[in-house]
Design a binder for this molecule. Structure first.
Ligand code: SF4
Length: 294
Protein backbone atom coordinates (compact mmCIF):
# COMPACT_ATOMS: atom_id res chain seq x y z
CA UNK A 1 0.00 0.00 0.00
CA UNK A 2 1.16 3.56 -0.67
CA UNK A 3 -0.13 7.00 0.26
CA UNK A 4 -0.20 9.70 -2.45
CA UNK A 5 -0.86 13.40 -1.97
CA UNK A 6 -2.74 15.14 -4.78
CA UNK A 7 -0.12 17.47 -6.33
CA UNK A 8 -2.85 19.94 -7.36
CA UNK A 9 -4.38 20.32 -3.91
CA UNK A 10 -3.83 22.68 -0.99
CA UNK A 11 -3.56 26.44 -0.71
CA UNK A 12 -4.40 28.52 -3.78
CA UNK A 13 -2.14 31.44 -4.55
CA UNK A 14 -4.50 33.96 -2.92
CA UNK A 15 -4.39 32.11 0.40
CA UNK A 16 -0.61 31.56 0.14
CA UNK A 17 -0.16 35.32 -0.27
CA UNK A 18 -2.41 36.12 2.71
CA UNK A 19 -0.73 33.55 4.98
CA UNK A 20 2.76 34.72 3.94
CA UNK A 21 1.78 38.33 4.68
CA UNK A 22 0.62 37.27 8.16
CA UNK A 23 3.80 35.27 8.78
CA UNK A 24 6.07 38.16 7.70
CA UNK A 25 4.46 40.48 10.25
CA UNK A 26 4.44 37.91 13.01
CA UNK A 27 8.08 36.96 12.42
CA UNK A 28 9.11 40.60 12.83
CA UNK A 29 7.60 40.35 16.29
CA UNK A 30 4.72 42.70 15.44
CA UNK A 31 1.34 42.27 17.05
CA UNK A 32 -1.07 41.17 14.33
CA UNK A 33 -4.84 41.17 14.34
CA UNK A 34 -6.83 39.49 11.59
CA UNK A 35 -10.35 40.49 10.59
CA UNK A 36 -12.44 37.30 10.63
CA UNK A 37 -11.09 33.77 10.18
CA UNK A 38 -7.84 34.18 8.22
CA UNK A 39 -8.40 30.86 6.42
CA UNK A 40 -11.31 28.44 6.54
CA UNK A 41 -9.20 25.81 8.20
CA UNK A 42 -9.09 25.27 11.98
CA UNK A 43 -5.64 23.63 12.01
CA UNK A 44 -4.01 26.45 10.02
CA UNK A 45 -5.82 29.05 12.10
CA UNK A 46 -4.51 27.42 15.26
CA UNK A 47 -0.96 27.42 13.84
CA UNK A 48 -1.20 31.15 13.04
CA UNK A 49 -2.75 31.89 16.44
CA UNK A 50 0.14 30.08 18.10
CA UNK A 51 2.47 32.45 16.21
CA UNK A 52 0.54 35.39 17.68
CA UNK A 53 -2.34 36.16 15.30
CA UNK A 54 -5.53 37.27 17.02
CA UNK A 55 -8.88 37.20 15.26
CA UNK A 56 -11.02 40.31 15.66
CA UNK A 57 -14.41 41.48 14.38
CA UNK A 58 -15.38 44.79 12.79
CA UNK A 59 -17.34 45.68 15.94
CA UNK A 60 -14.02 45.83 17.81
CA UNK A 61 -12.52 48.52 15.51
CA UNK A 62 -13.39 51.43 17.88
CA UNK A 63 -11.16 49.75 20.50
CA UNK A 64 -8.27 49.15 18.08
CA UNK A 65 -7.08 52.69 17.38
CA UNK A 66 -3.55 52.75 15.90
CA UNK A 67 -3.39 48.95 15.54
CA UNK A 68 -2.70 46.92 12.39
CA UNK A 69 -5.45 44.61 11.13
CA UNK A 70 -4.93 42.16 8.30
CA UNK A 71 -7.66 41.66 5.70
CA UNK A 72 -7.86 38.09 4.43
CA UNK A 73 -7.95 36.85 0.82
CA UNK A 74 -11.79 36.87 0.61
CA UNK A 75 -11.96 40.66 0.41
CA UNK A 76 -14.12 43.17 2.27
CA UNK A 77 -16.95 45.59 1.46
CA UNK A 78 -16.12 49.33 1.24
CA UNK A 79 -17.72 49.85 4.68
CA UNK A 80 -14.78 47.98 6.30
CA UNK A 81 -12.30 50.50 4.86
CA UNK A 82 -14.50 53.37 5.97
CA UNK A 83 -14.93 52.09 9.54
CA UNK A 84 -11.15 51.44 9.74
CA UNK A 85 -10.39 55.02 8.62
CA UNK A 86 -12.93 56.45 11.10
CA UNK A 87 -11.25 54.56 13.93
CA UNK A 88 -7.60 55.07 12.83
CA UNK A 89 -7.14 51.32 12.31
CA UNK A 90 -4.27 50.56 9.93
CA UNK A 91 -5.27 47.93 7.36
CA UNK A 92 -2.88 45.41 5.85
CA UNK A 93 -4.79 44.39 2.75
CA UNK A 94 -4.19 40.77 1.72
CA UNK A 95 -7.28 40.58 -0.50
CA UNK A 96 -6.58 38.16 -3.34
CA UNK A 97 -5.87 40.14 -6.55
CA UNK A 98 -8.48 38.04 -8.40
CA UNK A 99 -11.16 39.01 -5.86
CA UNK A 100 -10.01 42.63 -5.99
CA UNK A 101 -10.38 42.69 -9.78
CA UNK A 102 -13.84 41.15 -9.52
CA UNK A 103 -14.90 43.73 -6.92
CA UNK A 104 -13.79 46.53 -9.26
CA UNK A 105 -15.59 44.99 -12.24
CA UNK A 106 -18.82 44.70 -10.24
CA UNK A 107 -18.57 48.24 -8.94
CA UNK A 108 -18.08 49.57 -12.47
CA UNK A 109 -21.06 47.59 -13.83
CA UNK A 110 -23.24 48.82 -10.97
CA UNK A 111 -22.20 52.46 -11.31
CA UNK A 112 -22.92 52.50 -15.02
CA UNK A 113 -26.24 50.62 -14.82
CA UNK A 114 -27.93 51.61 -11.56
CA UNK A 115 -29.80 54.55 -13.07
CA UNK A 116 -31.32 52.18 -15.63
CA UNK A 117 -32.48 49.83 -12.83
CA UNK A 118 -29.82 47.17 -13.44
CA UNK A 119 -29.99 44.03 -11.27
CA UNK A 120 -26.68 42.70 -9.93
CA UNK A 121 -27.05 38.93 -9.55
CA UNK A 122 -24.35 37.17 -7.56
CA UNK A 123 -24.15 33.37 -7.67
CA UNK A 124 -22.77 32.71 -4.19
CA UNK A 125 -23.38 31.90 -0.55
CA UNK A 126 -25.17 34.80 1.21
CA UNK A 127 -23.18 34.47 4.44
CA UNK A 128 -19.78 33.90 2.82
CA UNK A 129 -17.26 36.70 3.44
CA UNK A 130 -16.46 37.03 -0.26
CA UNK A 131 -20.15 37.37 -1.22
CA UNK A 132 -20.60 40.03 1.49
CA UNK A 133 -17.56 41.88 0.12
CA UNK A 134 -18.91 41.68 -3.44
CA UNK A 135 -22.36 42.86 -2.41
CA UNK A 136 -20.74 45.85 -0.73
CA UNK A 137 -19.40 46.98 -4.14
CA UNK A 138 -22.98 47.42 -5.34
CA UNK A 139 -24.19 49.26 -2.23
CA UNK A 140 -25.68 45.98 -0.95
CA UNK A 141 -28.18 45.90 -3.80
CA UNK A 142 -26.92 42.53 -5.07
CA UNK A 143 -29.31 39.60 -5.43
CA UNK A 144 -27.41 36.59 -4.11
CA UNK A 145 -28.65 33.36 -5.66
CA UNK A 146 -27.60 29.83 -4.77
CA UNK A 147 -29.90 27.78 -6.99
CA UNK A 148 -32.44 27.93 -9.82
CA UNK A 149 -35.37 28.54 -7.44
CA UNK A 150 -33.76 31.77 -6.26
CA UNK A 151 -34.13 33.17 -9.80
CA UNK A 152 -37.87 33.72 -9.15
CA UNK A 153 -36.95 37.06 -7.62
CA UNK A 154 -35.32 38.28 -10.86
CA UNK A 155 -37.32 40.67 -13.01
CA UNK A 156 -36.32 39.86 -16.59
CA UNK A 157 -37.85 43.13 -17.80
CA UNK A 158 -34.93 44.93 -16.16
CA UNK A 159 -31.30 44.66 -17.32
CA UNK A 160 -28.99 42.43 -15.31
CA UNK A 161 -25.41 41.36 -14.76
CA UNK A 162 -24.63 37.85 -13.50
CA UNK A 163 -21.41 37.36 -11.52
CA UNK A 164 -20.13 34.43 -9.48
CA UNK A 165 -18.36 34.25 -6.15
CA UNK A 166 -14.93 32.95 -7.19
CA UNK A 167 -15.14 29.59 -5.41
CA UNK A 168 -18.52 28.47 -6.74
CA UNK A 169 -19.08 25.44 -8.94
CA UNK A 170 -18.68 26.30 -12.65
CA UNK A 171 -21.24 23.64 -13.70
CA UNK A 172 -23.95 25.05 -11.42
CA UNK A 173 -23.08 28.57 -12.60
CA UNK A 174 -23.68 27.43 -16.18
CA UNK A 175 -27.17 26.12 -15.23
CA UNK A 176 -28.07 29.45 -13.60
CA UNK A 177 -26.72 31.34 -16.64
CA UNK A 178 -28.71 29.11 -19.00
CA UNK A 179 -31.97 29.72 -17.14
CA UNK A 180 -31.36 33.46 -17.13
CA UNK A 181 -30.58 33.42 -20.87
CA UNK A 182 -33.99 31.76 -21.46
CA UNK A 183 -35.77 34.36 -19.30
CA UNK A 184 -34.01 37.25 -21.04
CA UNK A 185 -34.52 35.89 -24.54
CA UNK A 186 -38.27 36.10 -23.86
CA UNK A 187 -38.14 39.75 -22.80
CA UNK A 188 -35.31 40.87 -25.10
CA UNK A 189 -33.76 42.78 -22.18
CA UNK A 190 -30.02 43.12 -21.67
CA UNK A 191 -28.24 40.35 -19.68
CA UNK A 192 -24.45 40.28 -19.28
CA UNK A 193 -22.87 37.10 -17.95
CA UNK A 194 -19.47 37.31 -16.25
CA UNK A 195 -17.80 33.94 -15.71
CA UNK A 196 -16.04 35.18 -12.63
CA UNK A 197 -15.24 31.90 -10.89
CA UNK A 198 -11.56 31.45 -10.11
CA UNK A 199 -9.53 29.22 -12.43
CA UNK A 200 -7.50 28.04 -9.45
CA UNK A 201 -10.71 26.36 -8.31
CA UNK A 202 -12.31 25.39 -11.63
CA UNK A 203 -9.06 23.76 -12.87
CA UNK A 204 -9.08 21.66 -9.75
CA UNK A 205 -12.47 20.17 -10.69
CA UNK A 206 -10.79 18.40 -13.57
CA UNK A 207 -7.68 17.40 -11.66
CA UNK A 208 -9.60 16.11 -8.60
CA UNK A 209 -11.59 13.80 -10.89
CA UNK A 210 -8.40 12.36 -12.33
CA UNK A 211 -6.82 12.02 -8.90
CA UNK A 212 -9.95 10.40 -7.37
CA UNK A 213 -10.00 7.87 -10.21
CA UNK A 214 -6.31 7.04 -9.67
CA UNK A 215 -6.60 5.93 -6.01
CA UNK A 216 -8.54 3.17 -4.21
CA UNK A 217 -9.52 5.28 -1.22
CA UNK A 218 -9.44 9.07 -0.94
CA UNK A 219 -9.35 11.19 2.20
CA UNK A 220 -10.40 14.72 1.34
CA UNK A 221 -9.10 17.16 3.95
CA UNK A 222 -10.97 20.44 4.53
CA UNK A 223 -12.96 22.39 7.06
CA UNK A 224 -16.72 22.04 6.99
CA UNK A 225 -17.04 25.78 6.31
CA UNK A 226 -14.82 25.70 3.22
CA UNK A 227 -16.99 26.54 0.23
CA UNK A 228 -14.73 25.03 -2.44
CA UNK A 229 -13.93 22.14 -0.06
CA UNK A 230 -17.56 21.01 -0.28
CA UNK A 231 -17.64 21.31 -4.07
CA UNK A 232 -14.33 19.48 -4.59
CA UNK A 233 -15.28 16.72 -2.14
CA UNK A 234 -18.62 16.11 -3.89
CA UNK A 235 -16.85 16.02 -7.25
CA UNK A 236 -14.31 13.48 -5.97
CA UNK A 237 -17.09 11.41 -4.38
CA UNK A 238 -18.98 11.28 -7.68
CA UNK A 239 -15.94 9.60 -9.25
CA UNK A 240 -14.75 7.46 -6.35
CA UNK A 241 -17.41 6.46 -3.83
CA UNK A 242 -14.70 5.54 -1.35
CA UNK A 243 -13.97 9.25 -0.78
CA UNK A 244 -14.16 10.44 2.82
CA UNK A 245 -14.39 14.02 4.07
CA UNK A 246 -12.10 14.66 7.05
CA UNK A 247 -10.91 17.75 8.92
CA UNK A 248 -7.97 15.94 10.49
CA UNK A 249 -6.58 12.51 11.33
CA UNK A 250 -8.97 12.31 14.33
CA UNK A 251 -11.85 11.85 11.87
CA UNK A 252 -10.44 8.61 10.45
CA UNK A 253 -11.61 5.38 12.04
CA UNK A 254 -10.12 2.64 9.86
CA UNK A 255 -12.27 -0.07 11.51
CA UNK A 256 -15.54 1.81 11.12
CA UNK A 257 -14.98 2.60 7.44
CA UNK A 258 -15.52 -1.11 6.74
CA UNK A 259 -12.98 -1.55 3.96
CA UNK A 260 -10.73 -4.56 3.55
CA UNK A 261 -7.54 -2.53 3.89
CA UNK A 262 -5.45 -5.53 2.85
CA UNK A 263 -6.81 -5.10 -0.66
CA UNK A 264 -6.18 -1.35 -0.85
CA UNK A 265 -3.16 -0.45 -2.96
CA UNK A 266 -3.33 3.34 -2.96
CA UNK A 267 -4.71 5.83 -0.47
CA UNK A 268 -4.98 9.39 -1.79
CA UNK A 269 -4.97 12.63 0.17
CA UNK A 270 -6.40 15.78 -1.33
CA UNK A 271 -7.71 19.10 0.00
CA UNK A 272 -9.36 22.45 -0.65
CA UNK A 273 -7.76 25.80 -1.50
CA UNK A 274 -7.79 26.52 2.25
CA UNK A 275 -6.16 23.23 3.29
CA UNK A 276 -2.53 23.73 4.32
CA UNK A 277 -0.08 21.37 2.60
CA UNK A 278 1.62 20.64 5.96
CA UNK A 279 -1.66 19.17 7.24
CA UNK A 280 -1.98 16.83 4.25
CA UNK A 281 1.64 15.69 4.73
CA UNK A 282 1.04 15.11 8.44
CA UNK A 283 -2.07 13.03 7.70
CA UNK A 284 -0.16 11.03 5.05
CA UNK A 285 2.61 10.33 7.58
CA UNK A 286 0.13 9.24 10.27
CA UNK A 287 -1.64 6.91 7.82
CA UNK A 288 1.73 5.41 6.83
CA UNK A 289 2.50 4.88 10.51
CA UNK A 290 -0.92 3.27 11.09
CA UNK A 291 -0.24 0.73 8.35
CA UNK A 292 3.45 0.43 9.22
CA UNK A 293 4.50 1.63 5.76
CA UNK A 294 7.58 3.60 6.79
S1 SF4 B 1 -9.75 30.69 -4.78
FE1 SF4 B 1 -8.94 32.01 -6.39
S2 SF4 B 1 -9.92 33.97 -6.05
FE2 SF4 B 1 -10.19 32.80 -4.17
S3 SF4 B 1 -8.42 33.36 -2.90
FE3 SF4 B 1 -7.82 31.55 -4.05
S4 SF4 B 1 -6.78 32.33 -5.88
FE4 SF4 B 1 -7.96 34.02 -4.99
Amino acid sequence: MKVNIDPNSGFCFGVIKAVETAEEHLQRGHELLGLGEMVHNEAELERLENLGLKTVSIEQFPDLKGKAVLLRAHGEPPSTYRIAAENSVQLIDATCPIVKRLQEEMKKAWQSGKDQGVQMIIFGKPLHAEAIGLNGQVDNNGIIVENLDDLQTIDARRPAHLFSQTTMDAGKFEKIAEKLREMYTETGQNLIIHKSFCRQVSNRMKSIKEFAASVDVLFFVASKNSSNGKVLYQTAQSINERTFFISGIQDIDFQKIGIDWGKVETIGISGATSTPPWLMHEIARLIENAFDLT
